[in-house]
Design a protein around this ligand. Sequence first.
Ligand SMILES: Cc1cc2nc3c(=O)[nH]c(=O)nc-3n(C[C@H](O)[C@H](O)[C@H](O)COP(=O)(O)OP(=O)(O)OC[C@H]3O[C@@H](n4cnc5c(N)ncnc54)[C@H](O)[C@@H]3O)c2cc1C
Length: 362
Amino acid sequence: MWDVAIAGAGISGLTCALALQEAGYRVIVVDKSKGVGGRAATRRLEHTWVDHGAPTLSRNLEDEAQYGTYVTTLLEKSLIQPWPAAQIYRAAVHQGRWHLDKCEASGTIQDSGTIQDYAAPAGMTAIAKALTDNLDICRAQRVTKVQLDSQQSYWQIATEATAKDLPITLRARALVLAMPAPQALDLCTPLLEAGIDPSAIAALKNVRFDPCITTMAGYRSGENPFWSELCCQDDPIIQRILCDRHKRPIPEVEHGETWFVIHSTPVFAAQHFHESDLTALGQQILEHLGQVYRPWMAQPFAFQVHRWRYAIASGGYPGDPLSANMSLPLWICGDWCTGNKIQDAFEVGLDVAQRIHHQLSV
Ligand SMILES: Cc1cc2nc3c(=O)[nH]c(=O)nc-3n(C[C@H](O)[C@H](O)[C@H](O)COP(=O)(O)OP(=O)(O)OC[C@H]3O[C@@H](n4cnc5c(N)ncnc54)[C@H](O)[C@@H]3O)c2cc1C
């Protein structure tokens, strides 16, 4: 029997798990993916790697709270480095072509001079791995059902294996679902008969998520751009482009490949999300990029496409983690409780850990 089971090894689930483990609880984390990090995601390629989820993380430099300490620790371990605002540009559409401006000048991206962005040279999953110290993690296990046992003395968590392993069943005194609200809703709705607080279900239904189609494109020729990041205004297809080469240590990029990560707009992603031919979808995005920006960008030597069904929480934030208000602790959380950034995920994970500590220690 575990003290706490946590479904979801993203930043919120791992932060919660580590805090509870440090407080002396026996904690198990379960994730449907083979790796950790959730949307803080990095994909390995033949010669390098790219961040296909969150490209950077931000910190308010005046923030002395625990998130500030976490970021400082990542800096001390060289897991992150500043991502200079001076290299972030804005692309505005004019007569069907992009025109680049410095974001700083427009003030649209950094609304406060004290916000600093950071990139992770080893990939964004490294910032999640930094939270996994000695944690017990079951990977490639999708939680399919959660229920109280008949005596209401523990939570029973059933999974299906997403790789070769056998499914597992876990028992725990407290349960955390640390995942996007719609995925938590699927697991919580069957608990209505068992008495889950209907207001928690209503709050989960209220949270909105935008999808994103992300294209990772590699080039062996073409220019190495002066910008690290382009934020696209008014473009119907592309919202943001990152030049991942600017994040990596020099020896890692000497093979001469430059990879760009191209995130679509939510509207384009919603319109095309269910298209089965991902290659055609990627080509459509790249051809558009070639037309509006640089013709060579339509012809990478290789590209891959990833679909994020729940990329960015876009509204209906409840403001706090959700409690099931049942006989044993069940908390439902993720960045979407308070916003849509890594900082939100981190802070809500800590918040849930404190609430569970309070419940289990009385
Ligand atoms: C394209 C994109 C761009 C972004 N840009 C930024 C940015 O610039 N700055 C920033 O701060 N943030 C950004 N984000 C958001 C950031 O990634 C999230 O805020 C943060 O990673 C959320 O962490 P989380 O733990 O709440 O959720 P997640 O990272 O989604 O973790 C949830 C975990 O639950 C697992 N899971 C789901 N269902 C189950 C199940 N049934 N059983 C087991 N496991 C399950 C998933 O596999 C996942 O690992 C971006 C995200 C995307 C996708």
